[in-house]
Design a protein around this ligand. Structure first.
Ligand SMILES: NC(=O)c1ccc[n+]([C@@H]2O[C@H](COP(=O)([O-])OP(=O)(O)OC[C@H]3O[C@@H](n4cnc5c(N)ncnc54)[C@H](OP(=O)(O)O)[C@@H]3O)[C@@H](O)[C@H]2O)c1
Length: 297
């Protein structure tokens, strides 16, 4: 791999191997196997593929996982019932509601029903609040994965100017809070841009690290980055590609060909942030199991 390309797969493998060892020890010492329940509503192809990836990763590290698939037209009440039953099901230390949900469902209300002690996606108001106040319990896996990539690559964040493009509850917003905290792998001066930001190019040219999570290919172009900066591409979009068996290829939010010529480090898509997101989810499930053990002892 090119020396300025960050190998997310390799780092994720290292993180997963570490979690596998910890789970083996937990099983040996406490006879406990961490469990993850995944709720999948409908048949969105991207969601199906993410869920399959999560199942495989759980199996690889020794996490027990079960996917609860429900039809796209499921009612709010039937999903609530499932969440409430999983909250008291001791086989599962973590519960994940695969997003996005079909339009007729209120995701925020359903997420709020998840027991915050099992909310391994870190999306309930309790867990978001704990992060905001600097005492995180579960941090959403993608922001956590981005931070871990920066740490593993020895990219200095302390005092760095970081621009995050995107302010979603899942990525941009929690990431901005995470990188702002006065602790290792953070302590940056963070700016968050969104669709109403007027001067993104000016901001990105002035940044040491640019993290793009807009969901829009080509949000970041070569002329928008300064020489030697670091770029992390969170975006994943499917582009038609008839040379591929699947009929599509995955692209990020960054114009990789242009930007990779200028920056000192960049994540590819695929193979950058994606594998780290899964690895950090495994980490959160393990963490949830340790919390439940502490409560029991
Ligand atoms: N690799 C992974 O593991 C992983 C995990 C999660 C998500 N993703 C990917 O990351 C991307 C973002 O996900 P998300 O859930 O955060 O998306 P989202 O909920 O659609 O949020 C996108 C954010 O980007 C902003 N935005 C959109 N276009 C912009 C532009 N041209 N300039 C500046 N800001 C812009 C939006 O601004 P407004 O708020 O003003 O609308 C919004 O805040 C998607 O491609 C998603 O598939 C990848």
């Amino acid at each position: 791999m090119n020396k300025n390309i960050i190998d997310g797969k390799k780092i994720a493998l290292k993180v997963s191997e570490d979690i596998k060892d910890k789970i083996r020890a937990m099983n040996r010492d406490y006879n406990t196997i961490p469990g993850l329940a995944v709720i999948l509503i409908g048949d969105n192809p991207a969601s199906l593929s993410y869920v399959r990836g999560k199942e495989k990763a759980c199996n690889n590290v020794g996490i027990f996982t079960q996917t609860f698939a429900m039809p796209a037209e499921s009612s709010f009440e039937s999903i609530s019932e499932l969440i409430l039953s999983l909250n008291i099901d001791e086989r599962f230390h973590g519960i994940l509601l695969q997003l996005p949900l079909p339009k007729h469902l209120d995701s925020e209300k359903l997420i709020e029903l998840i027991d915050p002690q099992k909310d391994v996606d870190g999306l309930t108001s309790e867990n978001a609040g704990l992060l905001l106040l600097g005492s995180p319990r579960f941090v959403p896996a993608t922001p956590l994965g981005v931070q871990r990539l920066l740490i593993e690559e020895n990219i200095k964040t302390d005092g760095a100017k970081i621009l995050i493009i995107g302010r979603s509850n899942l990525v941009g917003l929690p990431l901005s809070i995470l990188l702002l905290q006065k602790r290792e792998g953070a302590n940056a001066t963070v700016t968050v841009a969104h669709t109403s930001t007027k001067n993104i190019e000016e901001l990105s040219l002035d940044s040491d690290i640019v993290i793009v999570a807009s969901g829009l290919p080509n949000t970041l172009l070569g002329r928008m980055v300064k020489k030697g900066s670091v770029v992390i591409d969170v975006g994943v979009s499917r582009m038609p590609d008839h040379t591929k068996k699947t009929g599509y290829k995955l692209v990020g939010d960054v114009n990789f060909n242009e930007v990779s010529q200028i920056v000192s480090k960049i994540t590819p898509v695929p193979g950058g942030v994606g594998p780290m997101t899964i690895a950090m989810l495994l980490n959160n499930v393990y963490l949830a199991a340790t919390f439940s053990l502490k409560k029991a002892n």
